[in-house]
Design a protein around this ligand. Sequence first.
Ligand code: GLN
Length: 278
Amino acid sequence: MTIRTALRQGQQLLDDAKIAVPNLTAEVLLMHAISHERTVDRAWLHAHANDELREMWWIHYGRYLHERIQGKPTQYITGTQEFYGREFRVTPDVLIPRPETEHLVEAAKARIRHGERVIDIGTGSGAIAVTLALETGARAFANDVSAAAMAVARENALRLDAAVTFALGDLCEALAADSFDVIVSNPPYVPASDKANVQREVREFEPPVALFGGEDGLDIYRRLIPQAAHALRSGGWLMMEIGFAEWDAVRAMLAGWRAVEMLPDLAGIPRVAIAQKE
Ligand code: GLN
């Protein structure tokens, strides 16, 4: 079996299983299978289309195809996801970073000044904290309730050479009053009542603790916003990703804050809530 045939067969299997972008997925999975033995990119793959597939490649590739067809996200199979131009390690203990979350990073970058204290609440893979540490020169902190998630975040900070201080913690509960200039968070915000409508890949494979924010999705904002008001200095910024149709409710919770603002994502959906402490 040649590389070309393997790609065709993989694509067909994925297509039959109604997996999105079967062509690219087959390539990514085959590259991952080969990568255990040698460095490989798409150019190499296509330049070697007539090469025989080694037995070990075929064994790995077959397993990855099977996993993907069962619904496992490609990123959990390869263990990586790109975010803001950098490669992050991901495991099923963390949410796979989404491109929409880059809007939160942009909003934070525009407001953070060099040397300020910034904390990412519920950091997961560490994507936001690591990116802000590297992009802004802030003194970056991050926490998570999940020890397993924090281990992944630590590894990402180490691999990307970002100075981030991590702690286990539930939202801003353990933070001292007036101790931060900026608080950012992409909290779990999917309504539990929406669970049946969530994509299979997300529902069955991503950590529920990173996804669901109670029955109406807003539970974490109800706790996070008052806690953040305590932990921020006067004039400090709170920036949070929000879910579909949640802006009106979140805006109402930000009564008493200054400069309350919303940024939409590329699809025009309200995505980032911004507010400044009085
Ligand atoms: N954006 C993710 C999704 O809808 C959810 C992320 C989150 O809850 N913060 O799949």
